[in-house]
Design a binder for this molecule. Structure first.
Ligand SMILES: [Zn+2]
Length: 319
């Protein structure tokens, strides 16, 4: 083998040895770098996780605070400090219990209330009828209107409006003139038939209830009122008097405070209160008093305002 050739062979071997020695070093450097990157990534993710846990705790605290603010049972709540999901669930259970209690209250059956109140408006329709209906709607209250006979377009519209808005439309005679209605049984029947037909035609609903002008115990009638009550009974009409007088019949412009007091003072002492109110152009203070009358009744325990129906306990001055 020539010398030059031998040297070249030696150099090649030495290069290959060097190359082989460098591979593990490169691999080691690569592995160490990978480890450093992975360690750094893991550190970043751990930090992000801590941040998220912190944010979650703040959101949980805010949610709990909101539910407490909304709650009527705020006093029953535990401490506002929320440091884990455990307390979040605890507070959520309290909130769920509150919702269940609210739903139970919403299921309150007015028909089973200890004190039932029937607001009744006599002598309409009038220029105040629409306003009365709006107030009743505002409080979601249904009442009873004992109306008299009027044939102008506005009155015909109001009869229907009373029915359409869910109230009870009762009869209070056509003419409301004592001298005519109570002249004889025939006169009474004639007047009755007139108002019955008018309301049936105007609303498409046959009225079921009657209130005698002056009440069934009035002393101005020339006819024995028992004859009239028997007649109504024979044709399936139920008559109602009242057992609470608002006082608005006494004179015009009765002070609002008096009407409120008279209408509400004794409601909690009886099971059924039929309140006598009036819907006429001269009874503006009755309209003014109405919102407070309703609010006062709403504030009473186990008390409901209802429209007169066939299941209403009878309130009649004579039998
Ligand atoms: Zn009247």
């Amino acid at each position: 083998m020539p010398k030059n050739e031998g040297e070249r062979s030696n150099q090649r071997e030495s290069r290959i040895r060097n190359d082989i020695q460098i591979v593990p070093i490169i691999l080691s450097i690569f592995a160490i770098t990978a480890c450093i990157i992975l360690f750094f990534r893991q550190y970043q993710m751990q930090k992000r996780l801590y941040d998220l846990e912190g944010q979650m705790a703040i959101i949980t605290l805010e949610m709990t605070e909101d539910s407490k603010r909304d709650s009527r049972l705020v006093d029953a709540q535990t401490s506002a400090v929320v440091d884990s999901w455990g307390t979040f669930y605890e507070d959520r259970e309290i909130r769920l219990a509150e919702i269940a209690a609210e739903e139970l209250a919403a299921q309150f059956d007015p028909e089973k209330a200890a004190h039932k109140v029937y607001l009744t408006f006599d002598d309409g329709p009038s220029e105040y009828t629409e306003q009365i209906l709006d107030i009743l709607d505002e409080y979601n209250v249904k009442a009873t209107f004992f109306v008299i006979g009027k044939e102008d377009d506005e009155s015909l519209r109001l009869y229907k409006e009373i029915v359409d808005r869910g109230h009870t439309l009762g009869m209070h005679s056509y003419s409301h003139k004592y001298s005519e209605i109570y002249r004889s049984k025939d006169a009474f029947v004639k007047d009755f038939e007139k108002i019955y037909t008018l309301l049936t035609d105007a609303t498409g609903v046959e009225p079921l209830f009657y209130r005698f002008p002056g009440g069934s115990s009035n002393t101005v009638s020339k006819v024995d009122l028992h004859i009239c009550t028997e007649y109504l009974k024979s044709i399936g009409i139920i008559y109602f008097d009242w057992n609470v007088m608002s006082g608005d019949a006494n004179t015009n412009g009765v002070p609002v405070e008096d009407l409120i007091y008279n209408s509400t003072a004794d409601i909690e002492t009886r099971a059924t209160s039929v309140v006598l109110l009036h819907d006429t152009a001269t009874k503006g203070t009755t309209v003014e008093a109405l919102p407070t009358i309703i609010e006062k009744i709403f504030a009473m325990e186990d008390t409901a305002i209802l429209p007169i129906t066939t299941s209403t306990e009878l309130v009649q001055h004579i039998n």
